[in-house]
Structure formats: C-alpha cells, structure tokens
Design a protein around this ligand. Structure first.
Ligand code: SF4
Ligand code: SF4
Ligand code: SF4
Length: 257
C-alpha cells in the first residue's frame, strides 16, 4: 500500500488526526467543500451525498487498470482522499466490467446507476458531459479535424459531425463536432484526443455544464415529453372534480370578484 494511501486511510478512520496537527485538519475542512468542477468515477452519486458517503478507502482507485482515478491529496484543492480523474491526463477508458464500481463498500459509487437490464453497462455512466469551445475548435474555423469524433467510444452517437457550407471560401465545408448530451458519458477520451494546445473539447460535471428548461416548456413533437401536458391536465381535471363535489366556499360567500 502506498504511503499516500496509508495516510488517507488513517485520516478516514480518524486515526492520527491529532498527531498530524491542526494544519492538515484545517486543510481537510477547507478542501472538503472545494471545487465544484471535479469529475468523479462512474456511478458516483450526487456530489453532496458522495462527500458524505465516500470513506476515502481508495478501493476504486486501486481497481482501475488504467490509473485513471486519483485520490485527492493535501494541496490539490479538492476534497481530501476522494477519487477523481483528469481526462486530459488519463481519461476513463470505459471498461465494460467497470471494475471501479462494485468494489465501493459504501454505495458512493452506485452500481444501479450503471446497470441496464441487470448487467453493468458503462455506456449509461454520467461522469460528466463534453462541451466544445467553438472559438478554439479548429473545425469551427474551417480546418478539417475530427480527432474527438474518432476518439469517442460511442462513435457516431455521443458526437456527430455536422456539415455546413463555408461561406468564406465558398468551396469548403465546415465539419463541426456536436456533442449529444443525453448519450455522452463524460469519459473524456475526446478531451484527451483533442489536437489543440488546450483542449477545445472538455468534460464538465453535468450539473455545471447543462441548463434546465423547467416544466413550462414542452416538446410538443416528442410523445414522451408531450405526456407531461396530458398528466398535468389529468391532475387539474381531478382537482376540479373533487372541488365540484365539495362546498364551493367562494360561491357561498358571494366573494366572486
Ligand atoms: S471504468 Fe475502467 S477506466 Fe474508467 S474509472 Fe472505472 S476502472 Fe478506470
Ligand atoms: S466524453 Fe467525449 S469521448 Fe466520452 S462519450 Fe462524451 S463525447 Fe464521447
Ligand atoms: S479534436 Fe478538438 S479541435 Fe479537433 S474537432 Fe474535436 S474539439 Fe475541435
């Protein structure tokens, strides 16, 4: 077991905190709430619950055959002892058997969130979501590049190449990478492969990268989404019927206007 791992295990078990002194403890408290931009292993539960549930044992880190996962150490400005990864350095290679998840003893990595029809399924992992910076992606400049598209393990599903006429040259086409956020797992293989000096495609936690339209907006052309309107109507109708059966206090009091 590495010294770093021993140190973190001791701290998690509450051993040696006194000996380590106030410096480490204050760093722990400070770093326990740091950085909302961390990318967690596959199956990680909601960050706020993850911080309460992960016992910093490092078993997921040890199980990863690619050394993707790191344990935060003092000075990393990340919650101490918790696992994370940096895709530009080592992305998640999306192991089909997801060895990092079942070893988690506390459920901080939740197998059910990476399971389809009773089988582990890394393709449904939601570690984050890839975002393209169109001002630094050279494909948006008109230079041909599809490195991210080719690197994606969900080839042709999580990233599409969209063709557009290049009005500037008149004879070339833009071939722009577009990420499908519902499919992207956040593995970061695209970020690792990106050819620009600083990656023009990068993975962010889903909570950070994605907006939320809210209940007021319905996709009328999408049957699943359209059901929400019907459900809302059913709830209203039910409410009205029950009111009809009851004493209408507004009418009773004459307080109509
Ligand atoms: S799925 Fe594989 S590569 Fe990805 S973090 Fe888990 S063990 Fe490592
Ligand atoms: S992070 Fe990139 S490579 Fe991984 S699934 Fe998403 S688009 Fe594909
Ligand atoms: S690899 Fe990078 S520069 Fe190339 S298309 Fe993808 S995001 Fe753009």
């Amino acid at each position: 077991m590495s010294d770093r791992r021993k140190f973190i295990l001791n701290m998690a078990r509450g051993i040696g905190i006194t000996a380590l002194g106030g410096f480490v403890w204050s760093a722990y408290v400070e770093e326990a709430i740091a950085s909302p931009l961390l990318l967690r292993p596959p199956g990680a539960i909601k960050e706020v619950d993850f911080l309460k549930t992960c016992i910093k044992c490092g078993l997921c880190v040890e199980a990863c055959p690619y050394d993707t996962l790191l344990l935060a150490k003092p000075g990393d400005n990340k919650p101490l002892g918790t696992p994370y990864f940096i895709p530009r350095e080592i992305p998640c290679y999306m192991c089909p058997d997801i060895p990092c998840v079942p070893v988690c003893p506390t459920g901080a990595l939740d197998e059910s969130s990476v399971t389809t029809n009773g089988e582990l399924d890394i393709n449904v992992a939601q570690m984050g979501v890839a975002v393209v910076d169109d001002s630094s992606c050279i494909a948006f400049w008109g230079i041909q590049c599809d490195a991210c598209y080719r690197a994606c393990p969900l080839l042709g599903e999580a990233i599409s190449i969209v063709y557009e006429k290049n009005e500037r040259t008149g004879k070339h086409a833009f071939m722009k990478p577009i990420v499908h956020t519902d499919i992207c797992t956040g593995c970061g293989l695209c970020e690792k492969a990106c050819v620009t000096e600083k990656a023009a495609i990068f993975v962010l936690p889903r909570e950070v990268a994605l907006g939320r339209a809210g209940d007021y907006y319905i996709k009328g052309w999408d049957k699943e989404d359209d059901k929400r309107v019907k459900n809302a109507h059913a709830i209203k109708t039910k409410t009205r019927l029950s009111k009809e059966n009851a004493l209408d206090s507004l009418n009773d009091s004459g307080d109509l206007y």
